[in-house]
Write a protein that binds this ligand. Structure first.
Ligand code: DQA
Length: 145
């Protein structure tokens, strides 16, 4: 069974109450539960973590490189700022899928740049919680080739 590591970045622990007009009313736990259900249907083993700390994100990415077959990552605000996260994603040899709940290109200019966009297998954004479920499907498809 393929192993997928899902990493949520800063402030995603607050979704459900954080800017619900942008991120919806489902909590992170609701989304994680939906991912576990989808993963079961796709016959994937899923491990999910969330951290608000950049260095911990780097450590989780490194761990994914050793323990998983694919990485699904929403680096949240660090998408737009972090060379350390870019370097960590470059340092692992498993495919990574970048996820955003919102369509970052429909938002402020500073969200249009992603440090990791050029090194991931693909990017999924703009579908709210569904973005994560689509990412699981993408991971399944990449790993089945
Ligand atoms: C986000 C978009 C980022 O710009 C923002 O900083 C987030 C969440 C998203 O999922 O839409 O925290 O990654």
């Amino acid at each position: 069974m393929h192993r997928i590591m899902v990493i949520h970045g800063p402030n995603l622990n607050l979704i459900g109450t954080r800017e619900p007009d942008i991120y919806g009313s489902q909590s992170l736990e609701d989304i994680n539960q939906a991912m576990r259900t989808e993963a079961r249907e796709l016959d994937l083993e899923v491990t999910i973590v969330q951290t608000n700390h950049e260095g911990e994100l780097v450590e989780e990415i490194q761990k994914a490189g050793k323990q998983a077959d694919a990485l699904i990552i929403n680096p949240a605000a660090y998408t737009h700022t972090s060379v350390a996260i870019l370097d960590a994603v470059k340092a692992i040899s498993i495919p990574a899928i970048e996820v955003h709940m919102s369509n970052v290109h429909a938002r402020e200019d500073f969200r249009h740049h992603s440090y990791i966009a050029g090194v991931v297998a693909g990017r999924i954004m703009g579908f709210g919680a569904e973005s994560y479920l689509l990412a699981l499907r993408a991971a399944k498809s990449i790993l089945s080739i």
